[in-house]
Design a protein around this ligand. Structure first.
Ligand code: NAD
Length: 292
């Protein structure tokens, strides 16, 4: 039976470390704590919940946070103006624009208007490029959180074969870059699989590490993995059920069939998700130290 990687406990430990560091900085005479701002557009329930929890996390570790809300109907130019103000505000160390944005707004334009030094989501092409070149940069929170889990569970990735399923700009693709970069975690031989990949199981059956980020509940089954594989499940899909809530969250991995074969496995919920939130705090602390 696999060791279940506890993302909740790891994220809590990480947040406590960040909190202790902020307290130390303040007792040493820092004039202000780190300050994260978030832009939220519209009334989407999931986006509101995500931003709300990010603000709560800030309070927990002693950061200042600012939430800037816009109606769904906000124009791109209004949004760009708000971003410009945040770029220029010396009291803000970093900020995020909660995605997705309404269709009439060009997401790429918005991401590119964020100053790379304040881009704590690590989505700006400058940060992405620097990450790919193994230069100092903000790394996107989800893959960075997975690297942190691998490190804290002392999972050796050097020379291992890793298959990343899904090539989104926020999870799969950066994950493949980080796992293939120098270091441990890192130095893996990486296959980046996607919807056009043929005979995926040919690769997953050879893999020492499998990272699923496709958003297809229960996609990875026991017959697709080998004994002792490390399985990291990024997927979070709402699946309707007859519970009081009316749904539950499902990962991309068929946990009951894979857990007895794997060496390590992340659950959903309670695996990668909490780490994503924690890494945003870590990136904000990095921005603060650069800025302050
Ligand atoms: P996305 O929808 O942008 O991309 C999905 C990717 O999966 C695409 O690259 C596509 O080519 C690939 N894909 C789809 N079907 C496939 C198949 N049959 N075989 C191989 N590849 C296939 O996804 P995303 O934004 O990266 O999110 C993926 C999942 O991760 C979603 O469930 C999302 O909710 C979740 N997610 C979780 C966190 C977290 O913190 N845990 C963060 C971000 C996203």
């Amino acid at each position: 039976m696999a060791i279940i990687i506890d993302g909740n406990a790891t994220a809590k430990a990480l947040k406590n470390e960040v909190k202790a560091e902020v307290e130390l900085l303040m007792t040493k005479g820092a004039k202000r704590p780190p300050h994260l701002a978030a832009i939220l557009v519209g009334e989407d329930g999931a986006s509101k919940a995500y931003v709300g929890s990010k603000v709560k996390d800030c309070e927990l570790v002693g950061y200042k946070s600012t939430l800037i809300k816009f109606e769904d109907s906000v124009s791109e130019s209004e949004l760009l103006k708000a971003i410009q103000e945040l770029n220029e505000d010396e009291g803000i160390d970093g900020f995020i624009v909660q995605l997705p944005l309404p269709k009439h707004i060009d997401q790429e334009n918005i991401i590119q208007s964020i100053h790379p030094d304040k881009d704590v989501d690590g989505f700006h092409p400058m940060n992405f490029g620097k990450m790919a070149l193994e230069m100092d940069a903000f790394h996107p929170a989800t893959p960075a959180g997975i690297m942190e889990l691998l490190e804290r569970y002392s999972i050796n990735t050097v020379g291992k074969m890793a298959v990343v399923i899904g090539r989104s700009r926020i999870v799969g693709r950066p994950m493949s870059i980080l796992l293939g970069s120098k270091g441990n975690p890192g130095d893996a031989t990486v296959i980046l699989a996607h919807s056009k990949t043929k005979e995926l199981e040919k690769y997953t059956r050879q893999a020492d590490i499998i990272i699923t980020a496709l958003g297809n509940p229960g996609f990875l089954k026991a017959d697709m993995i080998s004994e002792g594989a490390v399985i990291i499940d990024v997927g979070i899909t709402r699946v309707d059920d007859t519970s009081k809530k009316g749904y539950h969250l499902a990962g991309d991995v068929d946990f009951p069939s894979c857990a007895p074969i794997a060496s390590y496995i992340t659950p959903v919920p309670g695996g990668v998700g909490p780490m994503t939130r924690a890494m945003l705090l870590k990136n904000t602390l990095k921005a603060y130290k650069n800025n302050y």
